[in-house]
Ligand binder design. Structure first.
Ligand code: SF4
Length: 284
């Protein structure tokens, strides 16, 4: 039986992208190939907020995700990949994960809920374990899955074949890749973050769309360059602009500006409903 290192597993409303407002189970895997310490910082500077939290965790360990402080700069899900917090993410069997999902679904079985496999970066090595989970008898009623990815990981050939069989086995089943490609404002390097051929491959398996986090006009100019690069290799999916802001004070500063930018340029706007609704607390 396969195992997955799970940072969080919770039930909430999807706050972003295509399934905004849909009741969803979130499975947050541990590990990421990026750090995204540039979010919310002046260009060229990296956030050090997590250093203080890691120092505190080293001295008096936090017992649970819900106790961890939120950050206003850098990656807002830092504990899902930073090795200094790995003790908070248990390694669970697919049986245990399926049991837990059944417990948190409102009617203890899949109805109209959607599964979000997120991270961290959920398309790292965990691709090998997903078929075991998705084939579990308790997952039978599941119809819609979204992978929230940074769009840098190729699909493992066996997993690609499994997903193709899964979605084409039933007209009702749908797979989505919500690709949050990282622009320079994230602090990541363009050549490692904008990989259009990889995202085009996702379109062979399901629906893929791009979602860019925007704080400034410069970010939008970067997004335009990235969109052109994806289109050049044949990417057909929709494009969303989403305001930066893991905390309400930051989000509220630029959500209207980003909505205006999206309208002006004929692009889609994605909110971050989890921020105004739930203050972006862990487990929401
Ligand atoms: S890719 Fe996502 S999870 Fe990974 S560091 Fe960046 S924002 Fe965080």
């Amino acid at each position: 039986m396969s195992k997955l290192k799970i940072a969080e597993l919770f039930y909430s409303i999807q706050g972003e992208g295509r399934y905004m407002g849909v009741p969803s189970v979130f499975l947050r895997t541990f590990g990421c190939n990026f750090k995204c310490a540039g979010f919310g910082m002046p260009r060229g500077e990296l956030s050090t907020e997590v250093e203080t939290i890691a120092f505190a965790h080293d001295n008096i360990p936090y017992k649970d995700y819900k106790d961890l402080p939120l950050v206003s700069t850098g990656c807002d899900s830092y504990a899902s990949w930073d090795p200094r917090f790995k003790d908070l993410s248990p390694m669970l069997t697919t049986d245990a994960i399926a049991d837990r999902i059944t417990e948190i679904l409102p009617f203890n079985e899949w109805e109209d809920e959607h599964l979000v496999i997120t991270g961290g970066e959920p398309l790292l090595g965990w691709q090998r374990a997903y078929p075991d989970l998705l084939s579990h008898p308790k997952m039978t009623g599941l119809k819609e899955i979204t992978f929230e990815t940074n769009g840098t990981q190729k699909l493992d050939p066996k997993f690609k074949e499994y997903l193709t069989d899964w979605s084409f086995g039933s007209d009702e089943r749908e797979i989505t890749f919500s690709v949050s490609a990282k622009l320079p404002c994230s602090g990541e390097v363009w050549e490692e973050a904008i990989l259009p051929e990889i995202v085009c491959e996702y379109e062979q398996v399901g629906t893929a769309y791009l979602k860019f986090v925007i704080a400034t006009e410069q970010d939008f100019a970067d997004a335009e360059c990235a969109i052109a690069a994806y289109r050049r290799v044949g990417f057909k999916g929709h494009v969303y602009l989403m305001p930066v802001g893991g905390v309400e004070s930051v989000y509220a500063l630029n959500n209207r500006t980003v909505a205006d930018l999206a309208m002006k340029n004929g692009l889609r706007y994605s909110d971050r409903l989890q921020v105004p609704l739930f203050k972006n607390e862990w487990g929401t």
